[in-house]
Design a protein around this ligand. Structure first.
Ligand code: AGP
Length: 614
């Protein structure tokens, strides 16, 4: 999730652009860049690795004059975070410059075609391919820039929000979007473009929200023009901004955590983009394809992680053993690194980390590498330390996760690990083609099914308040939903400061049931699959001891809904995918209890987003 900003008007563009990048840094900041056309009509591009401040230092002695420009803060998806891969990208002639937020899925095919036409590339990015395609189209078809953008985007598969600057038209910006946000700000004789309204709100409250497959032409001396990539004229609809800057950064949500919970349908779509082709009923994971023999010959898979990432690893254990029939061990990195584990050179080690900087997981990887194991990392930050020291991996593409309590990264990890388990099982022949097909198709339905669960947010908020004074919670689950119970307990602990424990539901009889009383809420994750009947018995045992039960059940459940005190329904899905739905109510329960207890939801006490020390 990158940040893009554009300006054309009477003022100096650079200060407006750089301030806009700072406003957008929450969207990602592994590199940044700016392109400006100066008074002499020269297009200048400056880029730097790191935060926006690095770019500011780099350009102190550069020509940053000009009344038109574009700027970009990058959250890498293709290509390491470095200056070459930073945006803006020049076209071959260096007449055009482009910035882009999104993923072009078919960029390899487009790049091969352009290479055959003699184009060369200075970066590994999908974005550079797009600007070269626009230039090639303009020259080959002898059309104007807007038409070239329309024609080029007709060949693109994927998501984009782009702005193109043309040295030969120093008063014009061409922008377009599909699947990534883009807003136009209307000033007095000046125009602004951005990924969201945060860089715009201090200059104007008049905005136009661009829709998918629309191409915008902004010219200092004229009104905004909008056409579709199919060249249908659209009437710009000017709206008034009503949100404050702080609200805008959170997308209108009160906290980043709630924003990130509600982003999950989109982030899971992004995590599957280019990897699951539902039309072809197929999963394509490059990290697996390039290393398939390592996985197919593995005698054991060791998963190492911490916290929420460890919970994702536990879910992966169920899926990999069920579908690929390879023994899996799930290790807390902090224990694994010190307990002198037996590690074999044929072992595959999967390291899971949202931040890619967790010290214990880095150390666990180092130990495994010393024993010759193959390291495959699941990470949300391109170019972070853990992917860099791994042999291969899979990025989760969930975008920056600001809330300390991990939510969208967790579900993205589960999707990535499930896709990996399915790929191994299908290649080994231990997973039937029909079952593989059913799960792949159901994965495509998960974002919409999460939307259904999110639609219950108001009701969950209401009943969560009834438990704000509880001193302790127990979370129970079985099978794939035992790790979900652990995750739900962790969410509650870390943001509401209420003690909570997760258990396999059947463990109640081995001690914890002594805790049950009317004062102890028990959350039971009980979708209708696997050992459902056993979970029903566990609930009855709790109710017989006056426990209060909050049950997460499958839509239409008419059994548990009669015995539990509170029921939250989730849509039916494949058993291995139920965690993606059952975790959502647990995220919301923790969030709303923390809010009503007036906790610092996004930065809970004593916690850091990334534990980079032991
Ligand atoms: C989860 O909500 C916590 N913030 C924490 O447990 C986190 O999952 C853990 O520190 C691991 O972080 P990582 O995924 O960045 O390695």
């Amino acid at each position: 999730m990158c940040g893009i900003v554009g300006y054309v008007g009477e003022r100096d563009a650079y200060p407006i652009l750089i301030k806009g990048l700072h406003r957008l840094e929450y969207r990602g900041y592994d590199s940044a860049g700016v392109a400006l056309i100066n008074e002499a009509g020269k297009l200048n591009v400056f880029k730097a690795k790191g935060k926006v401040a690095e770019l500011e230092s780099f350009v102190t002695d550069k020509d940053t004059t000009g009344h038109i420009g574009i700027a970009h803060t990058r959250w890498a998806t293709h290509g390491e975070p470095n200056t070459a891969n930073a945006h803006p990208h020049y076209s071959e002639s260096e007449r055009l410059a482009i910035i882009h937020n999104g993923i072009i899925e078919n960029y390899s095919v487009l790049k091969a075609g352009l290479t055959q036409e003699g184009y060369t590339f200075k970066s590994d990015t999908d974005t550079e391919v797009l600007v070269q395609l626009i230039e090639y189209t303009q020259v080959d078809r002898q059309v104007d820039l807007r038409t070239a953008v329309q024609l080029a985007l007709q060949q693109v598969v994927g998501a984009y929000a782009i702005v193109v600057l043309d040295q030969e038209h120093p008063d014009t910006l061409i922008a377009a979007r599909k699947g990534s946000p883009l807003v136009v700000g209307i000033g007095d004789g000046e125009y602004f473009l951005a990924s969201d309204a945060t860089p715009i709100v201090e200059y104007t409250d008049k905005v136009i929200y661009i829709d998918d497959e629309e191409v915008v032409t902004i010219n200092k001396g004229r009104d905004v023009e909008i056409v579709t990539i199919g060249n249908v004229q659209k009437t710009p609809e000017i709206k008034r901004l009503e949100m404050s800057l702080s609200q805008l950064e959170k997308g209108g949500y009160p906290h980043f955590m709630l924003k990130e919970i509600f982003e999950q349908p989109r982030t899971l779509t992004d995590s599957m983009r280019g990897r699951i082709n539902v039309r072809q009923d197929n999963i394509s994971l490059s990290g697996f394809i390039d290393n398939r023999e390592r996985f197919l010959n593995a005698k054991r898979i060791i998963i190492t992680a911490c916290g929420t990432s460890w919970h994702a690893g536990l879910i992966a254990m169920y899926a990999i053993e069920e579908f690929a029939r390879i023994p899996v061990e799930v290790e807390y990195s902090s224990e694994f690194r010190y307990r002198k584990p037996v590690i074999d050179k044929d072992d595959v080690v999967i390291a899971i980390s949202q931040s890619g900087e967790t010290a214990d997981t880095l150390a666990a990887i180092q130990l495994a590498k010393e024993h010759g194991a193959f390291i495959f990392s699941i990470c949300n930050v391109v170019g972070a330390s853990i992917p860099r020291v791994s042999h291969s991996g899979c990025y989760t593409h969930a975008g920056p996760e600001i809330g300390v309590a991990s939510t969208k990264a967790f579900t993205a990890q589960v999707v990535a690990l499930t896709m990996l388990a399915l790929c191994i099982g299908r290649e080994k022949g231990t997973l039937s083609p029909d079952k593989y097909l059913a799960i792949v198709r159901e994965l495509g339905q998960i974002p919409d099914k999460i939307e259904c669960v999110l639609g219950q947010d108001k009701r969950i908020a209401e009943f969560a308040k009834m438990f704000m004074y509880a001193q302790n919670f127990i979370y129970l689950g079985r099978g794939y939903n035992y790790p979900v119970a652990l995750e739900g307990a962790l969410k509650l602990k870390e943001i509401s400061y209420i003690h909570a424990e997760g258990y396999p539901a059947a463990e109640m009889k081995h001690g914890p049931i002594a805790l049950i009383s009317s004062e102890m809420p028990v959350v039971v994750v009980a979708p209708r699959c696997g050992t459902y009947e056993k979970v029903v018995s566990n609930i009855q045992e709790i109710k017989a001891r006056k426990g209060r039960v909050i049950a997460i059940v499958t839509e239409g459940d008419d059994l548990i809904s009669k015995i539990a005190d509170f029921v939250i329904e989730v849509p039916c899905t494949e058993e291995c995918l139920t965690p993606l739905l059952t975790v959502i109510p647990l995220q919301l329960i923790a969030y709303h209890i923390a809010v009503v207890k007036d906790r610092d939801v996004d930065q809970p006490r004593n916690l850091a987003k990334s534990v980079t020390v032991e």
